[in-house]
Design a protein around this ligand. Structure first.
Ligand code: TXA
Ligand code: MG
Length: 337
């Protein structure tokens, strides 16, 4: 790819010219990497199809994987969506701004490449103050996938965003570390049912509480041959090291088959023994901390030269479902019981 000169913005919430300059880049068809509460996004004007094309090029993303459109609030939604069902409205009112994305029928004037030719568009209202500033200042709907090159973990820190996108975009905004650390919950809705296409920080339990017991909530099968969401058929979140999901992290870590390797460990286990040999241990304090630090940890262990990463499995409830979903994909389903 032809390298472009990437401008870095570090002070957007305090400065007067930075909001203007970054939104001007968007308005004139450029690409801006910006922080959100989930992960960093790679944004372009959703109504400008040639700007949207640049997103696919910068990421090396397959053209059949649609993007999420970010809005400042729901007053703008009719520019991208043709109809909004009651359930969706209620869910947006409950969880937005925040990490919930809803797939809705697309409007005619939204360019086809945003949705990869699908009749539906994924929409979310982010809560991060910098994302909100950019949306408000530009007045645009912003199409933005995660700001990683295709197939790599999503950036959750400025350093990771820079590593992924320097030289490929017009601007990168420094917003520190992402609060959530995993991508938004993606759902589709019908009158009776909510389908979770990608689990995230708005959990199944939270959705259930919001809509009441009459609505059925289903988790889409993570089946690559019949994907409910185009993104699910691609290998995602993949570090260079080979990842194994481990039910019992201590016994896996000291299994003789790994004894000759540089081993990375991701664990919640406070009784995990001190590192020895070439073992590199990253310990998380709780599930939220695991979610927040997961991608950064995978990159760090890669950089540390780990051939194998052993990641502790967690219970599939709350944010645990999102963690397990990403770990299952990073490991390609490889598991040590
Ligand atoms: O937290 C997030 O959602 C981040 C930040 C930047 O907002 N964005 C993000 O975008 O994760 P991306 O492109 O990496 O993931 C979007 C997912 C993909 O799995 C895609 O297939 C799915 O949403 N998706 C988008 N439009 C869809 C549609 N019309 N129907 C079904 N799935 C859709
Ligand atoms: Mg992504």
């Amino acid at each position: 790819m032809h390298r472009i000169n990437t401008k870095i913005f570090r002070n957007i919430l305090q400065d007067h010219s930075e909001p203007l300059e970054t939104s001007e880049i968007l308005k004139t068809g450029g690409l801006v990497v910006f922080p959100t509460e989930t992960v960093y996004g790679l944004g372009a004007n959703a109504l400008d199809s040639s700007a949207v094309d640049k997103i696919f090029k910068a990421k090396g993303r397959p053209g059949d994987n649609p993007l999420i459109v970010h809005l400042y609030d729901l007053t703008q939604i009719s520019t991208v969506v043709s109809h909004i069902p009651q359930v969706a409205l209620k869910l947006f009112e409950t969880f937005s701004p925040g990490p919930l994305t809803i797939v809705l029928p697309k409007s005619k004037n939204l360019p086809g490449n945003v949705t990869a030719g699908l009749p539906t568009v994924a929409v979310r209202v982010p809560s991060h103050p910098i994302a909100r500033l950019l949306l408000k200042e530009s007045g645009l709907p912003i199409a933005a996938p995660s700001a990683n090159r295709s197939g790599r973990p999503s950036p959750t820190t400025f350093a990771m965003a820079l590593e992924e996108m320097d030289g490929r975009v017009d601007a990168i905004i420094d917003g520190g570390d992402s609060e959530v650390g995993l991508e938004s919950t993606v759902i589709s809705v019908s009158e009776k049912e909510i389908r979770i296409l990608r689990p995230g920080a708005v959990t199944e339990e939270m959705l259930k509480t919001a809509v009441g017991p009459e609505m059925i909530i289903t988790a889409a099968a993570q089946d690559k041959s019949r994907p409910a969401s185009p993104g699910m058929k691609y290998t995602h979140y993949k570090p260079k090291a080979e990842v194994y999901l481990c039910r019992d992290i201590q016994s896996a870590a000291f299994d003789s088959r790994f004894s000759h390797l540089t081993l990375g460990i991701l664990t919640l286990d406070k009784t995990f023994p001190m590192a020895h040999g070439s073992m590199q241990i990253i310990e998380f304090s709780d599930l939220d901390d695991y979610a927040k630090g997961l991608y950064k940890a995978m990159i760090e262990l890669d950089r540390g030269g780990c051939a194998v990463i052993l990641a502790q499995a967690v219970e599939e409830k709350g944010i645990g479902r999102a963690i397990m979903n990403r770990l299952t994909r990073a490991s390609g389903g490889k598991e040590i019981k």
